[in-house]
Write a protein that binds this ligand. Structure first.
Ligand code: NDP
Length: 246
């Protein structure tokens, strides 16, 4: 199914994990895809190779989401390299847990800068490139809705900020025909949250489907939101969590 044929996408933080799954799914649906990464040069190159093997254009851009200038540069480079931009997927994110009282300023700043400020700045940089039918999709978290344990405060705060950001920006950009939506994953098996960890053994019994999800589960929701079938959806949050928040 080539519902995204001719569309040009940027997926942030897509050298591995959920972002890589999203980049490959968008390419499968016919899009040309640029990705950003922070450190994983080889893995980013492998994702681009896989995009190109599907007959699509791929582009890897090194850009630290914590650096405002790099975020803007990455959006402009993606638009230049792909000949325009139709879809921005804000996926890059970091997790950091612990009691608030123990979190030093640098770790609080890192969470806010990568999980919130970079999303705001990437959207701001992308808006001038997006035409009617443009899409801004961000990756939040089921923890942005419910906080089921101690030690998650700051991470949950960064993800719940994306709910109001999505709603507000949907109102700002609706008249331009650009939709803005949020996908909120539950536990997904990646380097950030491996399905064989000790924490996973605590999470799985509280998940109705009794297992972790895969990056492809989130990529399917993003591909739907990026495509023409979702043209009347904006300002929404889709939770894809195996029922964890049910
Ligand atoms: P991973 O840690 O497995 O992968 C993170 C990706 O983001 C990598 O490609 C990494 O690049 C990139 N990245 C990290 N920091 C930066 C940065 N400062 N600048 C640019 N790129 C960066 O994470 P996941 O795939 O698990 O998570 C993806 C998103 O989904 C995040 O926003 C996360 O909060 C969210 N999420 C994840 C859940 C899960 O259970 N896995 C659940 C709910 C939400 P590099 O390889 O170069 O380091």
């Amino acid at each position: 199914m080539n519902s995204l044929a001719g569309r040009r996408a940027l997926v942030t933080g897509a050298s591995r994990g959920i972002g890589a799954g999203i980049a490959l799914a968008l390419a499968d649906a016919g899009a040309d895809v640029a990705i950003t990464y922070e450190r994983s040069v080889d893995r980013a190159a492998a994702v681009v190779g896989a995009i190109e093997a599907k007959g699509r254009r791929g582009l890897a851009i090194q850009a630290d989401s914590a650096d405002p200038a790099a975020v803007k540069r990455s959006v402009d480079e993606a638009a230049l390299g792909l000949g325009g931009l139709d879809i921005l997927v804000n996926n890059a994110g970091i997790a950091d847990f612990g009691p608030l009282v123990d979190l030093p300023l640098e770790r609080i700043d890192a969470l806010l800068n990568v999980n919130v400020r970079a999303v705001v700045l990437a959207a701001q940089a992308a808006i001038p490139h997006l035409g009617r039918g443009g899409r801004i999709i961000s990756i939040g978290s089921s923890l942005g809705v419910q906080v089921p344990a101690a030690g998650l405060t700051m991470y949950a705060l960064t993800k719940s900020a994306l709910v109001s950001f999505t709603r507000g920006l949907a109102r700002d950009l609706g008249p331009q025909g650009i939709t803005v939506n949020l996908v909120q994953p539950g536990p997904i098996d990646t380097d950030m949250n491996p399905a064989d960890s000790e924490m996973a053994q605590m999470i799985i019994p509280h998940t109705p489907l009794g297992r972790y999800g895969r990056p492809e589960d989130i990529a399917a929701a993003v591909t739907f939101l990026a495509g023409p079938s979702a043209s009347f959806m904006t300002g929404s949050a889709m939770t894809v969590d195996g029922g964890y928040n049910a």
